[in-house]
Write a protein that binds this ligand. Structure first.
Ligand SMILES: [Zn+2]
Length: 266
């Protein structure tokens, strides 16, 4: 355990890791956990503190990576099983707690084919740190979200039909259920063409600047982006958006049939 922790600390991409190790070595007679706690108490860098706390709580960084990937696989399989995403569309990512490292699904794999080897680790500039494949081609959109929202640790993106259908000519998906109002809040529809382009990233940044609390949004002709404090919550938010859009579209159709109203009267 002690050796593992030391090895992980040496791998941290922080210039002050040497200070951490030096301080640890001065404190002979203390366990590595005690040394790290000692360092944390005087550490002004919250990200390092969060990372070390995560290690002390749960084990090593490699354990953290494994755990995140397992959660991502579970979320992807659930979405595939319930038909939230078909074929090999959609993508998902997670931020390693306390770091700027993002794990994202590799390009070309379906949600039903996700394995521990089908993910790529990148930094916030999009450079690949680990993994042999190419990251999802919508990486830029994910990075734009993480850049604007330090609280977000999971993004789940699907090309789901009800949301795309409703969003075709709407500025938002109306919240017609108590559940969507309580759990999600506003679901705006952004009107920008393209998948994962710089233009999309800039529009997403502007949206999150204007509405910093969003749990999800829809891109016109494209699909849902569910945001969460972890990947499981992000997937649940994407599901709730699709359910909400389905209800909204059905209600609008019923009202149109009964009263001749269109869906903008909702
Ligand atoms: Zn997409």
């Amino acid at each position: 355990m002690e050796l593992l922790l030391e090895a992980e600390i040496k791998g941290f991409p922080f210039s002050f890791k040497k200070n951490l190790l030096a301080q640890a070595s001065e404190k002979t007679g203390m366990s590595i956990e005690e040394r790290i706690k000692y360092k944390i108490n005087g550490n002004p860098f919250p990200r390092l503190k969060n990372m070390i706390n995560a290690i002390l709580r749960n084990g090593t960084m490699s354990d953290e990576i494994q755990r995140l990937k397992e959660d991502m696989i579970a979320a992807a399989l659930r979405a595939y099983r319930i038909g939230l995403q078909t074929g090999n569309g959609g993508n998902l990512s997670g931020r390693l707690p306390g770091t700027d490292k993002i794990i994202i699904k590799g390009s070309g794999f379906s949600f039903g084919e996700c394995t521990l080897d089908n993910f790529v680790m990148v930094n916030m500039k999009g450079a690949v740190l680990e993994g042999g494949g190419k990251p999802s081609r919508e990486l830029l959109t994910h990075l734009a979200i993480y850049g604007m929202r330090p609280d977000i640790h999971g993004i789940f993106h699907t090309h789901s039909p009800w949301s795309i259908a409703y969003g075709e000519d709407a500025s938002e998906i109306p919240l017609l259920t108590d559940h969507s109002r309580a759990k999600l809040g506003p679901i705006p529809v952004i009107r920008v063409e393209g998948h994962g382009t710089e233009a999309v990233a800039r529009v997403v940044e502007a949206l999150l600047q204007e509405q910093p609390e969003l749990g999800a949004f829809v891109q016109v002709k494209h699909g849902i982006f569910g945001l969460g404090k972890n990947i499981i919550q992000a997937e649940h938010n994407a599901e709730l958006v699709e359910e909400t859009a389905q209800i909204a579209l059905l209600v609008s159709l019923r009202r149109a049939a009964l009263h001749g109203k269109d869906k903008n009267d909702l």
